[in-house]
Design a protein around this ligand. Structure first.
Ligand code: NAP
Length: 359
């Protein structure tokens, strides 16, 4: 199953052409195997042919002659093997930043916009089905950018993270041991520089990032209060995730008064993880200035070089029962759109992901 067209443009190898790709949409084993063994790529014109045609560099121009006589010839195709890695997608991650990728940006954003008509790209957990790269073996497990489809063919596996602990639930690599978990660790430990005994407030505290910020803070010996958008989430924060206190921000008419109630002596660290309306009242913004408080944003991508140390530490926490992770798992690729949309109204309870194949 796929959202990708079967005839796609490619600029791989420095030349433009058409690539026939049936892997993503095929349920037929023979068809899939033939795709795994190589791609069919549209033939490229020689420099002389290009000059004869007026030297146009446009991709459409480049591949037009194959069909100019009405039918393609065998020589219009080149069988390419050994350059790609084919992946079976096991779990896909639904993340708030994907909303931004659905918007057309005039100025480039920190991530590229989605391409209409192509499979959605996002974080996921994958198993290698066939590798054309010497350092990647068939069967290896990775997490990283992949497609919202059953199988994905990639040319840059260098961007993927090899999964070290496949004895832990693989779905954790979309959350706890993946990008959101690492975001919580970097944001809390590196950006907030916490001290034992400090007072920590986490908004949207039951989400993929927030639930871990609270638990990391507890492990540091901090006093932690979280806010969430339903009574069910509030109960989970207090009874499952170990927060000292939690409140339903939708039931509070005066957020400043609520914070005063839970932190009579003030807040040392406020970790904002709300995917929607920011809970920061204007009065807090004012205090930031007068009390010379540091406010800092960050992008997790800038810290990925520190990921291996994080993976070891957090895997150990899981084994020792020191971390609990709430997941909200939608079953099947067909449930992915609803799962993603649900993020933006807080329908998810814990990390939202999609199980494409549990193998
Ligand atoms: N800087 C980075 O590198 C980086 C990396 C990862 C994530 N992030 C950001 O961190 C935040 C949390 O991410 P996450 O993965 O934990 O997301 P998440 O699991 O979806 O949690 C976010 C929570 O936000 C709340 N929410 C949703 N819509 C809302 C709305 N319209 N108004 C108020 N609250 C709303 C929901 O909780 P309630 O029901 O409790 O309201 C939801 O559970 C997001 O803003 C994300 O973009 C940043």
């Amino acid at each position: 199953m796929s959202v990708k067209p079967s005839l796609a443009k490619t600029t791989r190898g420095g030349g433009a052409g058409w690539r026939l790709s049936c892997l993503q949409s095929s349920n037929n084993d023979t068809e899939r195997r033939s795709c795994l063994n190589g791609n069919l790529r549209g033939g490229r014109k020689s420099e002389r042919e290009r000059e004869k045609d007026g030297g146009g560099g446009a991709e459409q121009e480049d591949c037009a002659p194959a069909l100019r006589d009405g039918f393609p010839k065998e020589s219009d195709f080149e069988v390419v093997t050994g350059e790609t890695v084919s992946l079976k997608n096991l779990y896909l991650s639904c993340d708030p930043y994907m909303r931004s990728r659905m918007t057309k940006h005039e100025d480039p954003s920190y991530v590229s916009d989605f391409t209409p008509g192509s499979a959605i790209v996002g974080y996921g957990v994958v198993r290698v089905v066939h590798s054309g790269k010497p350092n990647i073996a068939d069967g290896d497990l990775f997490w990283g950018m992949t497609g919202w489809e059953e199988y994905t063919l990639i040319e840059n596996p260098e961007s993927l993270f090899k999964i070290k602990y496949n004895d832990l639930p693989l779905s954790y690599y979309t959350g706890l041991l993946g990008m959101p978990g690492f975001t919580a660790a970097v944001g809390f430990h590196e950006i907030c520089s916490p001290q034992k005994g400090e007072y920590v407030f986490v908004s949207a505290a039951s989400g993929a990032v927030g639930q871990l910020v609270g638990q990391f803070a507890k492990l540091m010996g901090c006093y932690v209060v979280g806010s969430a958008g339903s009574d069910e989430k509030v109960e989970l924060l207090k009874n499952k995730l170990g927060f000292e206190e939690a409140f339903n921000y939708k039931k509070e008419t005066d957020l400043k008064a609520a914070l005063k109630r839970y932190f009579p002596e003030g807040i040392d660290i406020y970790f904002e993880t709300s995917a929607g309306r920011c809970l920061t009242p204007a009065s807090i913004i004012c205090s930031i200035t007068t009390k010379r408080i540091r406010m800092q944003g960050f992008l997790v991508f800038d810290h990925f070089h520190k990921y291996p140390e994080f993976e070891d530490r957090v895997a150990q926490y899981v084994r020792e029962g020191k971390i609990f992770y709430l997941e909200d798992i939608a079953e099947g690729l067909e449930s992915a759109p609803a799962a993603l949309i649900g993020l933006f109204s807080g329908r998810n309870v814990g990390k939202q992901l999609v199980a494409v194949s549990r193998e």
